[in-house]
Write a protein that binds this ligand. Sequence first.
Ligand code: PLP
Length: 419
Amino acid sequence: MNLSKFGEKFTGNSGILQLMDDLGNAAAENENVIMLGGGNPSHIPEIQIYFRERMRDILENDNQFEQLVGNYGPPQGDREFAAALAKLLHNEYGWPLKADNIALTNGSQTAFFCLFNILAGAFAHGPHKKILLPLAPEYIGYLDLGLVDDFFRANKPEFEYLDEHTFKYHVDFNAVSITDEIGAICVSRPTNPTGNVLTDDEIDRLCKLAAAHNIPFIIDNAYGTPFPNIIFTEAKPVWNEHIVLCMSLSKLGLPGARTGIVIAKPEITAAISSLNAVMSLAPGNFGSAIALDWVKSGEITRVGQNIIRPYYEKQAQHAKTQLQKALAGYDFYIHKPEGAFFLWLWFKGLPISSQALYERLKKRGVVVVPGQYFFPGIKEEWSHKYECLRVSYAQDETLLNRGLEIIAAEVKKVYQESQ
Ligand code: PLP
């Protein structure tokens, strides 16, 4: 089949597609595989009970179900939900939001596709623009979103060593340069894959830089506050006219509902709405319908605070302690887990690549994600890219323990073989 450039780009054998296939196949071929590689949230019973009850209410009340499945929503997503969310965020943080500051998408992944391609790529005048990722490692899902090649600029981080085995990345502001080639700045906070939470000062400085250059600052809040609130440090949530805040219902426990939320000035939400209309007529209705009551009552923030955050924080501490015990005496670092649900492991001077380690772990029935995919925009060779692994701790404790034991045993074997 003769494909357009678009067709080639989005169906071609990019590294990320191969990796996703590989992850999927590993799980399909071996039902006992310990999956510490995916982005699925935990199935937290209290949360799932609520979703089930809410679904039952929808089925039993008047014609709610028929409305839900029988009608397209508006292209900017359900307006009642948007108004309720604007009110909630105003009450919680004082942000001056109205419903037209909010557009919904079919998952926040779709929102990034739209945002990145309206803000970067080819322009009628001037150079091709790029998305600046001021701190890589950054989210793997951005990697292939550009309609054109050479879509990202990224900066290597500064390292802060917190103790013998813990470190934290910071934005290296000396390296951040906003030229007229940059169309927008983007960070995930908390960051997938590292669990980093950029400090308030870093966010403030990036926001000021974006404002000074009149470009949007996109903050990917898929794991952040006020929901799902998988964030273990004190970090001030921010929004203003320069910020495009992207949220999602996925990590709350609804990845199957595919609901992304873009909070921005109306010019941007209107553009998202137009793209929704072209690409899918309207975003799906399910996610906003299931979460509506929680948003209206504000329960969604309490659930984040009282159930979701403590749940993942416990998992993070547990996973970190297990690994530290299992790898005692070896040279390894873990990024300080400040949020999201991943441990980012760094084996400085690892004798094999993290890809080879991933293959070896897969043979032993444990699936993780090798680190090199998380550096979109960093073109230069840098050994650090090949020394890291992302390990999800969203699995239940028994499987997680077994998986971490196998990872530690295999890493030890790698070091022993190299002696
Ligand atoms: N952003 C980050 C940092 C993520 O980890 C994910 C999913 O794993 C997404 C965005 C996309 O999430 P969704 O499309 O399910 O809203």
